[in-house]
Design a protein around this ligand. Structure first.
Ligand SMILES: [Zn+2]
Length: 149
């Protein structure tokens, strides 16, 4: 797996302990709220990673978002903003919003779902970073069993 330091240097972002700690947490989870990142950072304090304040965390997340390293998604249920790492360029990923199952999609799947560019003023797509958020088959079956007919 790419180290947080490698990811930050490739994206041209500052490589501070706070940046590395946030990226490291995001690598372990499909999506996580800012509040949960702070809780995780505080509990990781024993690793001497340092624990940023809410303001510092917001600055780090804003920097990572602006560089395209981190994306945001509304969580199922509470609708809170959750942060996630974007897939590497040219990759696509399916993520179950409930259990966090992640599946890498093939480039054939990506190409089959490229947008129809007619009328957009664009004629080519050179890079694709796609995440489809949804429910995995296991969670859909659990949903069906939980709801009486
Ligand atoms: Zn699932």
């Amino acid at each position: 797996m790419t180290t947080p330091a490698d990811l930050l240097s490739r994206a041209g972002i500052q490589n501070t302990a706070a940046h590395r700690a946030v990226v490291s947490i995001l690598q372990k989870t499909p999506a996580i709220s800012g509040a949960d990142i702070l809780v995780t950072l505080a509990s990781d304090r024993a690793d001497a990673t340092g624990s940023p304040s809410t303001g510092e965390l917001q600055r780090v997340l804003a920097e990572l978002s602006a560089a395209g390293v981190v994306g945001r998604v509304s969580a199922e249920g509470d609708g809170d903003t959750h942060y996630h790492l974007m897939p590497a360029s040219g990759q696509a990923r399916l993520v179950c919003r409930r259990c966090g199952t992640r599946v890498q999609a093939s480039m054939d799947t990506v190409h089959a779902h490229l947008p129809d560019l007619h009328g957009t003023g664009f004629s080519a797509v050179f890079e694709t970073d796609v995440i489809w958020w949804g429910l995995c088959e296991r969670c859909v079956q659990q949903n069906a069993q939980a709801q009486p007919q």
